[in-house]
Design a protein around this ligand. Sequence first.
Ligand code: FAD
Length: 412
Amino acid sequence: MEICEEVVIVGGGIAGLATAVALKRVGVRALVLERSDELRATGAALTLFPNAWRALHALGVAHKLNAIYSSLTKGTVTNLVTGATETIVYADTPDGDKLGVRAVHRKALLEALAEELPSGTIRFSSKLASVKTQTLEGSPNAVLHMEDDTTIKAKVLIGCDGVHSVMAQWLGLVSPVHAGRWSVRSLAIYPEGHGFNQEIQSFLSDGKRAGLVPLNDKEFYWFINYKSSHRGEGAGSDPKLIQKDVIENLAKDYPPIFLDVVRHADLATLTATPLLFRYPWDLIFGNLCKGNVTVAGDAMHPMTPDLGQGGCSALEDAVVLGRHIRNSLLRDGSIRYESVGQVLESYVKERRWRVAGLIAGSYISGWVRQGGSGLLVNFMKMVYYRFLYARVLNASNYDCGDLPAVFSTDSA
Ligand SMILES: Cc1cc2nc3c(=O)[nH]c(=O)nc-3n(C[C@H](O)[C@H](O)[C@H](O)COP(=O)(O)OP(=O)(O)OC[C@H]3O[C@@H](n4cnc5c(N)ncnc54)[C@H](O)[C@@H]3O)c2cc1C
């Protein structure tokens, strides 16, 4: 079977769906190809910072999530070795509650985005196998070969296929590297209510960082990040055994509240993941677009989760890409294909340094916080807190700008 489409997005995660929504808002229809047979919600939940809420407002979906999730008032970080506690007050964000820090279920975020798209936009069970480009009628086309033997031709191709991106590989980007750490995370459910305030609690000890993030009055999202050089799958893929390992080994000396939350884990959502990132210089010097092809989200900038910015910055990508593609539209709302290459280059120019900075900030923040003790680490901590900390925190207040809706697609 052969299909011809104007704009194709590979991957129906946060980046892919948000990009499709951004394009819809500027009047461009896109086809989203997703390898799973439904919206994939691995990772259970995530924390969204003011930069993500700005992007979600631009995409017209923030109100749906704001109505379900309350903003978190503050966060505490307790160093279990020294006993010192640092407090971060989130309510101080510039636009108050509208842009407050909130933890949301991944599925709810994906569904809120997917609901904005006309039916048929997402083609499930569609796994991209390989890509090539060819010139058809004078303009460059991407030719996608799907695992089910379908061929799809696209005038614009956006790879949002996550950390092991086929599209990033096609662009020649260097594969992400292992950060030497893993993360275990899941939801924890208290049917009778957990009785805690809307506050994030984090705990640091040598080489480990754990956190409890309330989603609502009955559910927590919890995680523990720890050092491990193991790279492959199967460092315990049985959720019950992973939970046991956290309770009896990784977090055995952690405060009772943390252990209690881990005991309440919903095992269906419990995963252990190696933390991967792309070197910032690969983003600064690498090809983030080629002709009519580019990437967004983790496909472009996988980062460690220490600042909770991977998903937030994927939402920023979507808004910025939507705005740049809008600049290539002709008066009748169709895409000016001769200028697509230039348009994608201007998108990449706007994103390159921003996301390279986030990758570096996340990695340094994780290294300093989980690096343990010792002369070098203590020196780095001093430098980090003195010169970088405020800038790193401020990165989550970034404003990616608005997305003017120039053409209506209500009839799409
Ligand atoms: C432990 C951990 C905690 C995190 N916490 C946070 C947080 O608190 N806040 C935050 O903002 N971010 C957080 N992140 C980062 C966040 O999860 C990612 O940045 C985000 O999911 C990236 O979205 P994406 O759409 O780019 O990629 P993905 O979510 O990976 O989506 C990619 C999609 O592409 C599909 N796909 C892949 N290959 C193909 C193919 N060949 N053909 C078709 N489809 C394909 C996949 O099935 C998937 O649906 C965390 C990450 C980790 C590991």
